[in-house]
Design a protein around this ligand. Structure first.
Ligand code: C2O
Ligand code: CU
Length: 477
């Protein structure tokens, strides 16, 4: 009896120590073990939606066309409404969006609204939430986004090909702050592999790409151009919403001398503003920055570039000219209610193990990796998968274990996750994400907010990896 008591007391003490150890050296507030969290308050994500009753309708036609991406040359693409990027949809927080998709492509398609919390049957995943939309058919998507912010949309049928050919658009859910800026712009960053004739290089799902880091290209465009430039006046305040629609390329953003501050990641406001230099910007991610140009910045040209591979590539430019503007004064938007979760010492509620790649190709000759399914989550290559059942709306501790030498930006449909530890070391990011990079051979612990009832895809956003099996489902019940 005494012994049992002692063990219990010891256990509590040890548990307490683990908890203390995990927070020492970190200035965290609202730090609670994740097991106690259970649910998430709405304010943890941002301002709660007040429906306006207004329905904003867009027609989106997916069809083949041409785009002028490099040096005025014509590239054959697939696009939404004849443009690459497709439409920049803007609605007010509280509005209902209705999108009528018409498929004039030679192949099946759907639209997935990336990062939006929406009813499961509007999620655009063929075979799970809807039937594929066949050539000549239409489908109507309708939902009221609960969170203001920067989102995007793209097909979920053979995305590695459909997104690479140019099918994507952006969705900005504006709040009151959006209007205060002198400029509120979207920069869609895409990476293309073009051949010598400036055409999208064949083949798609190249076996080499599939077993390595996916399809990395040779031309990077911002808003469909290799020379995107924003003209601004000294003193102006700009909100730049960056969206990474690349199949596989990760960028390390470098804002140079630009006074940029990160205010939102993957749509939602951050708790503490941070310097976005060095931000790892993976496929699927969004980053919103606030830029306040100095009154004496006239005549200056600022560049935003990528440093990921070691060679600097300019992505876009801000050229400051003209008369001095009055700087709009308002507090930097952020969300003080973003919670911190302590990394619990005990076993996670759910574990996702990633493996595959090169090793899986042995003895399979030159078949495309996409055909044989070379990437696995928990030992299964999609469409085979073991769905994970979790209580809808709860917060669970999930662990992602990458047993491969490649990075995997993992995307959860319908809700958000927050990093709590990397390789066992507590990490306090101060923001939620819908896409989190699990680096080569890394273990990442996250607080995963289970979406509303339904079947939710959870997959790698390196689209060649997803196509080659790296997708599973969370059944929220
Ligand atoms: Cu942006 Cu399931 O994807
Ligand atoms: Cu991957």
């Amino acid at each position: 009896m005494k012994q049992a008591l002692l063990i219990v007391t010891l256990g509590v003490a040890v548990a307490g120590m683990v908890y203390l150890v995990s927070i020492s050296g970190n200035v965290l507030h609202d730090l609670r073990p994740i097991s106690e969290l259970g649910q998430l308050t709405e304010t943890a994500l941002g301002e709660q939606v007040q429906p306006t009753g207004k329905v904003v309708e867009y027609e989106i036609v997916a069809k083949p066309g041409v785009a002028s991406l490099v040096d005025g040359r014509q590239t054959r693409v697939w696009s939404y409404n004849n443009a690459v990027p497709g439409p920049e949809i803007r609605i007010a927080h509280g509005d209902t969006l209705r999108v009528v998709l018409r498929n004039e492509l030679p192949v099946d398609t759907t639209i997935h609204f990336h990062g939006i919390r929406l009813p499961n049957h509007m999620d655009g995943v063929p075979g799970a939430t809807q039937k594929p939309v066949r050539p000549g058919e239409s489908f109507v998507y309708e939902f009221t986004p609960p969170d203001a912010g920067t989102y995007w949309f793209h097909p979920h049928v053979r995305s590695s090909e459909e997104v690479e050919r140019g099918l994507y658009g952006t969705l900005v859910v504006e709040d009151a702050v959006s209007e205060e800026y002198s400029h509120d712009v979207v920069w869609v960053v895409d990476d293309w592999r073009l051949d010598a004739d400036a055409q999208v290089a064949e083949p798609m799902d190249h076996p080499h790409d599939v077993v390595h880091a996916g399809r990395w290209g040779n031309v990077i465009t911002v808003n469909g151009s290799t020379r995107e430039t924003l003209q601004a006046r000294p003193g102006e305040r700009i909100r730049v919403r960056l969206v990474n629609t690349s199949n596989a390329r990760i960028y390390r953003l470098n804002f140079g001398d630009l006074p940029a501050r990160a205010i939102a990641v993957d749509g939602l406001y951050v708790r503490e503003l941070f310097n976005p230099n060095g931000f790892e910007f993976a496929p699927g991610n969004r980053l919103d920055v606030d830029v306040t140009l100095a009154q004496d910045a006239g005549g200056q040209t600022f560049t935003v570039s990528d440093d990921f591979t070691g060679t600097r590539t300019v992505l876009a430019t801000i050229a400051v000219t003209g008369s001095i503007a009055e700087t709009p004064e308002f507090p930097l938007p952020h969300n003080a209610a973003v919670p911190s979760f302590a990394a619990p010492g005990r076993k996670p509620a759910v574990e996702f193990v990633f493996d595959g790649g090169m090793g899986s190709m042995m003895g399979r000759g030159m078949m495309s990796g996409a055909e044989v399914g070379v990437w696995r989550i928990n030992g299964k290559s999609s469409p085979a998968h073991d769905a994970v059942s979790l209580p809808a709306g709860s917060v669970v501790h999930a662990r992602m274990k990458n047993l491969s030498p490649f990075d995997h930006p993992m995307h959860l449909h319908g809700h958000f996750m927050k990093v709590i530890a990397r390789n066992g070391a507590v990490q306090e990011t101060g923001y939620f994400q819908d896409t989190i990079v699990v680096h080569a051979n890394e273990v990442v612990d996250v607080a995963l907010v289970v979406p509303e009832v339904g079947s939710w895809a959870f997959h790698c956003h390196v689209l060649e990896h997803a196509e080659a099996g790296m997708m599973t489902f969370i059944e929220a019940q």
